[in-house]
Write a protein that binds this ligand. Structure first.
Ligand SMILES: *[C@@H]1O[C@H](CO)[C@@H](O)[C@H](O)[C@H]1NC(C)=O
Ligand SMILES: *[C@@H]1O[C@H](CO)[C@@H](O)[C@H](O)[C@H]1NC(C)=O
Ligand SMILES: [Ca+2]
Length: 224
């Protein structure tokens, strides 16, 4: 296992680390605590897949994965409006999926993969490895690569305008992003923490910056 490598870029201190078996804990509701993730975005995004695992018992709305660009603050956003629902925003529009069984597990932990394809606009949502009926939005759109990716808060401008009432409280782990779509087999591999190609955000080599009260802890879940 590689220890955290630290390097400075201007004023900011960015860590690059293998976070396998670790989680980000967001211990309380604030309008400040967040993690900025740095995906490798060298081209525009026509196909996007994101997977992550989270534990949370909030019943209010909260953000799970907020990618904001100058064009659209909700350019690619996974948002939980209330228990039993999960929304995917692309280019400022949204589709909302009904998640069977409320949070999906009795422990409050959920593994989610969301993907979107520009050519058809089709959005897929996988909860704990099972696909939900597909929907579509923003056919023909593309997502800019000049954005800011934030966990823990919902952005209304790139890197800011957070609202405490949409903050995340709980734990997030195993965050990955690809500029391709995932097959059903690939979703199961990701759920079991296998590494897939074309990753542009890799939990095992994560470039990130924590701000305010965010704690990195060993996971208490079984590590696959
Ligand atoms: C997006 O994925 C589709 C397959 O669903 C593929 O045909 C297309 O070439 C991909 N686009 C880019 C820009 O990678
Ligand atoms: C958050 O919600 C509380 C209670 O509903 C409300 O009083 C407050 O104005 C909200 N804060 C923001 C920033 O929206
Ligand atoms: Ca927003």
């Amino acid at each position: 296992e590689v220890g955290p490598l630290l390097w400075s870029s201007l004023a900011a201190c960015v860590s690059l680390a293998d976070l396998h078996g670790k989680v980000f804990v967001f211990p309380k509701a604030t309008a400040t605590a967040h993690v900025i993730l740095k995906p490798r975005l060298d081209k525009l995004l026509w196909n996007i897949s994101v997977c992550l695992r989270f534990g949370c018992d909030l019943t209010r709305a909260y953000s799970l994965f907020s990618y904001a660009t100058k064009a659209k603050d909700n350019d690619f956003l996974l948002f939980k409006p209330k228990p039993g629902l999960l929304s995917l925003y692309v280019g400022g529009e949204l589709v909302t999926f009904t998640v069977p069984g409320g949070t999906g597990t009795s422990t409050g932990w959920m593994h989610v993969c969301a993907s979107w394809e520009s050519t058809t606009g089709i959005a897929e949502l996988w909860v704990n490895g099972s696909p939900l009926p597909r929907k579509g939005l923003k056919k023909g759109y593309f997502v800019s690569n000049q954005g800011v990716l934030v966990l823990g808060q919902e952005q209304d401008t790139p890197g800011g305008k957070f609202n405490i009432n949409q903050s995340f409280v709980g734990e997030i782990t195993d965050v990955y992003m690809w500029d391709t779509l995932l097959s059903p087999d690939e979703v199961s591999l990701v759920m079991n923490n296998r590494v897939l190609p074309h990753v542009i955000l890799d939990w095992r080599a994560l470039s990130y910056e924590t701000k305010d009260y965010v704690v990195i802890k060993p996971s208490l879940l079984p590590v696959y």
